[in-house]
Design a protein around this ligand. Structure first.
Ligand code: ADP
Ligand code: MG
Length: 582
């Protein structure tokens, strides 16, 4: 055993922990789910590494997680024989509570328990949830393939500091020992533990074992009778003592390999929390076995809440990849386009080699086929939700709509399909809520209307009050009101929907299709003659500043407005370019 080293957590750990404990307290048993989930991940990682180096199993390839309680000492131990951690890894993985973006995260906490626990869930507290029920946690670990003398012990009371030391540990893997708080003795009870494990960890592919209590030996007793021949003491057969034994308490079959009909909604939800490291329930999921040219199983989830750093396009995302049921990697981003980066879940392929790497995935026919299939599946699943449940769809749209708007630019082939999923504010309701689909817009189009009209502005208010809308309001033609940063980008790639052109109301000459009747045209000509001298004078005074001055019918109340020429960059796009330094 080596020197004990003292360390501080990287951020205001004590504060994070306090908040976390407070906001998750009403659901405190989830700590066990998190620790078992980590242990299962550690088994998956070892199995994967052992594919190329069998010796890492050290002769023990029977991977399992063990949960045991010690009532007398009020401790609970979760033990695995997975990949283990080195001294450096322990410091790296268990020494950084709340990895990046802690400051922003804190600014969002409100003190309201329900809301905060949602947020904390997105942030992912994982291992640290142990401190909900423990006032001290000891981790003893030894990485696969290193000497027994290179074990490491990590100890913390969750108050901003932890210590590490080198220890001797003969068996590979990690033990997490929780020194339970005085009031949390219920978690030292086997029955309670067993019910939590089956509730949360049934679907985990590694077996979770608990010790059945030992049954003492029974000595043989001979039958005894009294003088009348009545039995006063029945015979008892001798029984050998049954020693305490580790027995699996979960099903331990990978959930995605089961038949859909045999998996309950609750099981799907729990599994989601394991694969996504999210605390909240998913909004929607779909489980599919695909057979034929490429064979794979996919289990795809749409979360209910966006993670706090979703707009960071660099952030790791993607699906968990398995090949023939063996875990290969987390965050395989090759199977999902970037505009669907909020999708969580897994893929199990029968066609990829077990030694597949990110490089191989990058340029691979199988990858492309699966990616295409999964993309279509997600788009279909969302379309169905949109049709079936507008309220739920709105929840989705409010969280992820902005990301989805990147779609038409990224995925030209699915443009029409993505178009169906978009929602906008419009003059129909004049509300900032984005809930109008292009299909709805098309349905409400006026007779003779050929185009889908929109306006893009800096804010919803500016869009709604744009002078360009006056003539449309007068004629009762609906206009989509766009004001998100991404909208100009979206619209430059989505130029058409359902065979109808999308047309900015601020661009070029307004041709309201068949809707300009003869009468209007005549009136326009008459006006042009009448105002000829005014227009000429304005032109002269604005010379060099504008391209053209035109008499227009698009205004009813405002005297003048600025219009972009049909083929020029829009004023919104110009601002966007300026803001990125172009
Ligand atoms: P997450 O599971 O989301 O990565 P956690 O806080 O649950 O976050 O765990 C942090 C990290 O600590 C894990 O990613 C893993 O590297 C390491 N870790 C935790 N528990 C174990 C374990 N039982 N065996 C090996 N590594 C572990
Ligand atoms: Mg975890």
């Amino acid at each position: 055993t080596g020197q004990t080293q003292n360390h501080s957590f990287s951020t205001d750990a004590a504060k994070v922990l306090k908040l976390m404990i407070h906001s998750l307290y009403s659901n405190k048993e989830i700590f066990l789910r998190e620790l078992v989930s980590n242990a299962a991940d550690a088994s998956d990682k070892l199995r994967f590494k052992a594919l190329s180096d069998d010796s890492l199993f050290e002769g023990d390839g029977n991977l399992r997680v063990r949960v045991s309680a010690d009532k007398e000492n009020n401790t609970l131990t979760i033990s695995d024989n997975g990949i283990g951690m080195t001294h450096d890894q322990v410091i790296e993985h268990l020494g950084t509570i709340a990895k990046s973006g802690t400051a922003e995260f804190f600014s969002q906490l409100s003190g309201d328990q329900a809301a905060d626990s949602q947020l904390i869930g997105q942030f992912g507290v994982g291992f640290y949830s142990a401190f909900i029920v423990a006032d001290k946690v000891t981790v003893r670990s030894r990485a696969a393939g290193v000497l027994a003398s290179e074990g490491v012990e990590w100890v913390s009371a969750g108050e901003g500091e932890f210590t590490t030391s080198t220890i001797e540990k003969s068996n590979r893997g990690t033990d997490i020992i929780l020194h339970l708080k005085e009031e949390e003795t219920e978690f030292a009870d086997d029955w309670r533990l067993k019910s939590i494990v089956t509730k949360y960890s049934d679907h985990i592919s590694v077996s979770v074992e608990m010790l059945t209590p030992e049954v003492p030996a029974v000595e043989a007793v001979e039958e005894q009778k009294d003088a009348d021949g009545n039995i006063t003491q029945p015979a008892v057969e001798a029984k050998e003592a049954v020693p305490a034994k580790w027995e699996p308490v979960n099903k331990a079959t990978a959930l995605w390999t089961r038949e859909k009909a045999d998996v309950s909604d609750d099981e799907y939800k729990e599994f989601y929390k394991h694969v996504s490291h999210d605390f909240a329930d998913p909004l929607l999921w779909e489980h599919n076995k695909v057979e034929g040219k490429t064979e794979y199983t996919s289990l795809l989830y749409i979360p209910t809440k966006a993670p706090f750093d979703m707009y960071n396009r660099e952030k790791q995302h993607g699906l968990k990849l398995y090949v023939q049921r063996v875990f290969i990697m987390d965050d395989a981003e090759q199977f999902m386009p970037t505009y669907l980066r909020f999708v969580k879940g897994l893929l199990d392929s029968n066609d990829l080699p077990l030694n597949v790497s990110r490089e191989i995935l990058q340029d691979n026919k199988v990858t492309q086929a699966i990616r295409k299939g999964c993309t279509k599946r997600v788009l279909k699943m969302l379309e169905r939700l949109g049709k079936k449940d507008a309220e739920q769809y709105q929840v989705f749209w409010n969280e992820f709509g902005q990301v989805l708007k990147e779609g038409p630019a990224e995925d030209f082939g699915n443009k029409e399909q993505i178009g169906k999923l978009l929602r906008f504010a419009s003059t129909n309701e004049d509300s900032a809520i984005q809930n109008v689909s292009l299909d709805q817009y098309v349905e409400r189009m006026k007779e003779g209307q050929e185009k889908i009209y929109y306006v893009v502005a800096d804010s919803f208010e500016a869009a709604k009050n744009s002078p360009h809308l006056e003539v449309f309001r007068k004629k009762g033609i609906e206009v989509l009101l766009m004001s998100d940063r991404i909208d100009e980008w979206l619209i430059s790639h989505l130029t058409e929907f359902d065979g109808k052109q999308l047309q900015s109301v601020t661009r070029g000459g307004l041709d309201l299709g068949q809707m300009d009747d003869e009468e209007t045209k005549e009136a326009q000509e008459k006006l042009e003659q009448e105002f000829d001298s005014v227009v000429t004078r304005i032109k002269a005074s604005l010379e060099g500043k504008v391209k053209e001055v035109k008499l227009s019918q698009r205004l009813t109340d405002s005297p003048a407005c600025i219009v972009t020429d049909e083929n020029d960059m829009s004023s919104q796009m110009m601002k966007l370019m300026q803001s990125v330094g172009q």
